[in-house]
Design a protein around this ligand. Sequence first.
Ligand code: ATP
Length: 341
Amino acid sequence: MSHVQILDVEKSFQGRQVLKNINLQVEKGEFVTLLGPSGCGKTTLLRIIAGLERCDGGKIFVGGKEIMQGLSKKEQNIGMVFQSYALFPNLTAYENIAFGLKINKVPSHEIRQQVGDIMAVLSITGKENNYPHQMSGGQQQRVALARALVTKPDLLLLDEPLSAVDAKVRESARSLIRDIQKKMGITAIFVTHDQLEALVMSDRIVILDSGEIMQQGKPEVIYNKPANRFVANFIGSYNFLPGGMVGLPDKEVEVCIRPEHLTITKKDHLPQGEDTSLYYLQGTLINLYILGNTIRAEVSVQGKTLLVDRLNDFQGSDVVLNEEVRLQFSKNVINPLVGKN
Ligand code: ATP
């Protein structure tokens, strides 16, 4: 049996349905991310799993036990880290982390040992006597994580725990959370609206839109084989072309191609030999800019702007703004979206 079972969960607020027929299983030790735009219902689902919110229909089981609102933290053994950290402002880092153990009446010498151990793992040793306002955002976030982990929860729920820290801290915190979760073998459900974070951290991503699951799968499946236009639009960038444009007989088919799968050359660049697995389009280069490790070109093709990415290899570009260019792509990078929106 899966560690977490979410069966037909429904939820409405003031007559407006915000979760529709959610079915999701999470395996023991798995790291699953709920990803979707603001307001799609991620936090509501997490709060229902935590027993902080009641669902209108459906059931949730964690470790075979049904989750019901009002169960104590000890009965549920679920750890939660919030976006705001939710640390007690009048308690030191040590006291914040020790809080759950004290409630569980763990002997004080064991509390000292366990808090010391988890602080070392999270590299916050030395901050024991600091109050939240005396710590940086990144340090507070580690204290919040330590507080959730020190009770060795069966299930860790993380609600955008990295959104308030800067980009550099965020990057290292991603690996830290993932490493600890793997080492401790904890099942984790992570909420974010940041697609990169989801791709980097997850065993499985669940994409939500307007309270419904759009697709779930491994990061590479979500990225390479989007189930519909919403997922294709939400993860990375895509070019959408009507099927007729690439010679497919069925006019209902829309095809999507990643910018990194298009190659841009000068218009008169002649391909080597007759390669029937390649398609070509002609257009005008209307914009060229650096995204960091990639260079993005915008090419107008029959009134439609297509994006083309290539590695920023310091070679410069042989194509010039406002000139005619040729785009090339191979058959196997085409993703058909048939009759889906
Ligand atoms: P975000 O990424 O912005 O946090 P989210 O995907 O986590 O968004 P939720 O917080 O789950 O979305 O909210 C889903 C919908 O339910 C939203 O339209 C929100 O306004 C509404 N909602 C959430 N909590 C309540 C509440 N207590 N009362 C009324 N409406 C609510």
